[in-house]
Design a binder for this molecule. Structure first.
Ligand code: NI
Length: 391
């Protein structure tokens, strides 16, 4: 079967590249993926794959039933783009102003359509069912993954495991990477407002120095990371707005940041600590602190057994030298919601040109991939799915 999958994969490569370029040229923002959704449905119609749609408006669930009954495996792609003006000038560069596939979701989507085509061609030899999850809104809270599950995407077919992939700009094309266990972080947004009676900067003894209080709050909060955490934790503040003047202390300072970690209990505990430390530090300085924390995605854990098997299947398909072990990352991904409920593995697809070794960063206006990545990605995911069902 491995040879057969490789053969079909090679045959459809050009078609998959065309699909990717079409998607890339017509990107749509999170929760607005109308045309993309139509395109997916048209392709599934063309392949003769049944589906249901309308999850989170534009989500699609394709179903490929094998000849024999067996396990159910779900393969997931995200389908949304980012609010970025593309800086590349290829003929297939984005024609939508300020919208760009700068996170590789066009690659994931084209790849999954290719995988679907392959699996549909060999469905008589499949022992079980393949679910194709085309998920909107990965890039925007609360994320399409959570909403699709709430809307019952897995009510009829409950997956035994879920697989997803993501491009990796600094991994050479031809390689994939896996990480068993804790892989990506939870991502919460922190909004702090420090309030007090500001005034003339020459008379600080008569006013509340909100700027100094806000500075102390930031310094004090770092103790959570340096003195309380014993697992990977990030607390970073990228916005600090004190809109006074050289001689004016403002009444209010706004601070915004991100909190990331890899354990749900610790995450809840840190929310409490942020509240306590921020409020009491501000209070000690004669100010007040309002704390608002917006829950982002949970942390992403890759199931050990599923990951180990997927690594072995990948080594069979690509060769042992093309499968890498990866480190934990503090970035986030809404695939995490699936990982909290089902055995999953989320792996990385190398998209760096092996010769130039140029790295194009995700979410940047000049993001680019080496499309050679699509040579293996479609067949690899098909082989992984086949192997999980049939072996
Ligand atoms: Ni992404």
């Amino acid at each position: 079967m491995i040879e057969k999958i490789k053969e079909i994969s090679a045959k459809i490569y050009n078609e998959v590249v065309e699909i990717r370029r079409h998607i890339h040229k017509h990107p749509e923002l999170s929760f607005e993926e109308k045309q993309t959704s139509e395109f997916i449905k048209n392709m599934l119609d063309e392949y003769g794959i049944e589906y249901t749609s309308g999850y989170v408006k534009y989500g699609v669930l394709g179903v490929i039933k094998g000849k024999q009954k067996g396990k159910i495996i779900a393969l997931r792609t995200d389908i949304d783009a980012l609010p970025i003006q593309e800086n590349n000038t290829d003929y297939f560069s984005s024609e939508n102003k300020n919208i760009m596939h700068a996170c590789g979701h066009d690659i994931h989507l084209a790849s999954l359509l290719g995988t679907a085509k392959i699996l549909n061609k060999i469905k008589n030899e499949l022992k079980g069912t393949v679910l194709l999850v085309f998920q909107p809104a990965e890039e925007k809270l609360p994320g399409g993954a959570k909403l699709m599950m709430e809307e019952g995407v897995f009510d009829k077919y409950k997956p035994d495991l879920i697989i997803g992939q993501h491009v990796m700009p600094d991994m050479p094309v031809g390689n994939v990477g896996f990480k068993s266990g804790m892989y990506m972080a939870s991502t919460d947004e922190i909004y702090l407002t420090i309030k007090g009676k500001g005034g003339h900067a020459a008379m600080p003894h008569q006013i509340t120095d909100t700027v100094l209080a806000a500075s102390q709050v930031i310094v004090a909060l770092q103790q959570i990371v340096s003195r309380k955490a014993n697992i990977p934790t990030v607390l970073s503040f990228g916005k600090f707005i004190a809109n006074g003047a050289t001689n004016v202390i403002p009444d209010e300072v706004k601070i915004e940041g991100t909190f990331r970690t890899l354990n749900e209990e610790w995450r809840t505990e840190v929310h409490k600590l942020i509240n306590k430390i921020a409020k009491s530090t501000a209070e000690a300085m004669g100010a007040e602190c309002e704390v608002r924390i917006i829950d982002g995605y949970p942390y992403l854990k890759n199931d050990e057994l599923v990951t180990e098997n997927a690594i072995n299947f990948s080594k069979e398909y690509l060769g042992v030298n093309y499968v890498e072990n990866m480190e934990t990352r503090m970035t986030g991904e809404d695939f995490a919601y699936y990982s909290q409920k089902y055995p999953t593995t989320f792996y990385r697809l190398g998209t760096m040109n092996a010769k130039t070794k140029e790295v194009f960063h995700l979410h940047s206006s000049n993001f680019k991939v080496d499309e050679e990545a699509l040579k293996n990605s479609t067949g690899l995911m098909a082989w992984i799915a086949y192997s999980f069902l049939n072996k």
